[in-house]
Design a protein around this ligand. Structure first.
Ligand SMILES: CC(C)(COP(=O)(O)OP(=O)(O)OC[C@H]1O[C@@H](n2cnc3c(N)ncnc32)[C@H](O)[C@@H]1OP(=O)(O)O)[C@@H](O)C(=O)NCCC(=O)NCCS
Length: 408
């Protein structure tokens, strides 16, 4: 069979109408050809996908769609070569992570079948899965967690479907899966738990001898109402202030975070003799992510926190996390005014000490309404939460994505 092959990465990108790509990728001219020829001009083949699926149980609910897209992809040799190019580009993790923000992905033209394009980014990831699995195995990660972690690809396919009515993968999911390639995330029961080497939240957490904890803001400019300046609804800089955190031999000084999750305008001093830092922005933490799906019951969450702390301490002993953190629309204290106090979401967020962070104000729109609606007026009202969020946005307010932290 003749292999329909481009001569260079430059030619490939021209054919795919991709205007910008990193210079580094031109180094792959030869390896790209070798790889395409090596696969006989078809990637990923049906047998290859079936073998991966059987070994790692990847696509329990979507196997037919994945195989169908791979079959259709056979008529798109350039797209196949793009998939193999990304596969090569991803090998150098640090370089690729710098490049990923500007990644241009080919998309279908009107009248074309979207399936090969919808699945292209998923297919770039397949070859990484055996190595991810070996690392998890070598680390002694329990089998159920290992297989649960491999459901991430299908979770993304389903998430894409909620937005577009078609299974597939977009750049957001592709970025998300980079954590799996770096083996810094595990699915532990109800939650995804990411080993985040630096917390990077704009707060220090301090603790006194009685075990009481307070948070002091750092490194951001704050709106006069105690939110991070510049987020939607808090753009007006009149009365704004810098959240500088000062540490001397005698005291810590800065802007405390109040019970409502907002920073206080006045500065406070806490004596070093009574208080110590238990979490700083540079510390390693476990970052909690909440996959869509079953209810977020307190029992499932507690089980997941406990087990992930145990498994990560045992299997990744060098990762000495200081706390659990979460950055999500689910952390917004305003949700407590919209939902019953014993609802899963309110119980979930109450476990965390909340603090202000940069927020797009779009998290709830993405995760409740899947970015499907252009106009706020068209948002559906099928649940208590949907009704309240819609009313909230229609009155010009936002749900933010604050940070939260707790210690185990
Ligand atoms: C997290 C999640 C599982 C919580 O759901 P839950 O356990 O049902 O939460 P609660 O019991 O507190 O829900 C209270 C009410 O809000 C509704 N609700 C909760 N999450 C909702 C969502 N994402 N979309 C629409 N309605 C939702 C519930 O149906 C319930 O309404 P009802 O009483 O009219 O039935 C759910 O929001 C979800 O699947 N989210 C998508 C994933 C996500 O947001 N991850 C975080 C990314 S940063």
């Amino acid at each position: 069979m003749a292999i329909n092959m481009v001569n260079s990465v430059e030619e490939l990108m021209k054919k795919l109408k991709i205007s910008g790509y990193p210079d580094r990728w031109n180094l792959f001219n030869e390896r790209l050809k070798e790889s395409f020829v090596g696969y006989g001009g078809i990637y990923p083949g049906r047998e290859y996908i079936l073998e991966l699926h059987e070994k790692y149980r990847l696509f329990d609910n979507t196997l037919d769609e994945v195989l169908d897209a791979a079959e259709k992809l056979k008529s798109f040799p350039e797209l196949m070569q793009y998939i193999l190019l990304l596969d090569l580009a991803m090998e150098d993790r640090e370089s690729f992570k710098r490049e990923i923000g500007a990644l241009e992905v080919p998309s279908f033209s009107p009248g074309e079948d979207p399936a090969p394009y919808d699945f292209a980014l998923l297919f770039t990831l397949l070859s990484k899965i055996p190595r991810i699995d070996s690392v998890l195995k070598e680390r002694g990660v329990p089998t159920d967690i290992r297989f649960a972690t491999h459901t991430a690809y299908e979770e993304c396919l389903k998430g894409y479907k909620r937005k577009t009515d078609r299974y597939g993968f977009d750049k957001r999911y592709f970025n998300w899966i980079q954590r799996y390639i770096d083996v810094t995330i595990l699915r532990v029961g109800r939650l995804n738990i990411e080993m985040r080497s630096m917390f990077k939240g704009p707060v220090y957490v301090l603790e006194n001898q009685k075990g009481e904890r307070l948070m002091m803001m750092t490194g951001v400019r704050l709106h006069r109402d105690g939110m991070v300046l510049g987020i939607p609804g808090y753009e007006d800089d009149e009365g704004s202030f810098d959240a500088s955190f000062v540490q001397t031999e005698e005291y810590f000084e800065g802007h405390l975070v109040g019970k409502n999750g907002r920073a206080l305008k006045e500065r406070t001093k806490l004596p070093v003799s009574d208080w110590r830092i238990v979490l700083s922005p540079e510390d390693p933490v476990l970052s909690v992510h909440i996959p869509a799906g079953e209810k977020l019951t307190p029992e499932l969450c507690e089980e997941s926190y406990k087990r992930s702390a145990e498994v990560i301490s045992k299997c990744f002993p060098e990762f000495r996390f200081k706390a659990f953190v979460c950055f999500s629309w689910l952390m917004d204290p305003q949700l407590a005014d919209m939902l019953p106090p014993d609802s899963n979401i309110v119980t979930f967020q109450n476990k965390y000490m909340r603090f202000p962070t940069y927020s797009s104000g779009r998290g709830a729109i993405t995760f409740v309404f899947f970015d499907r609606y252009e106009r706020l007026e068209d948002l559906p009202e099928r649940t208590t939460l949907e009704r309240s969020i819609k009313r909230h946005y229609l009155s010009g307010k936002y749900i933010y994505e604050p940070g939260g932290v707790f210690f185990i």
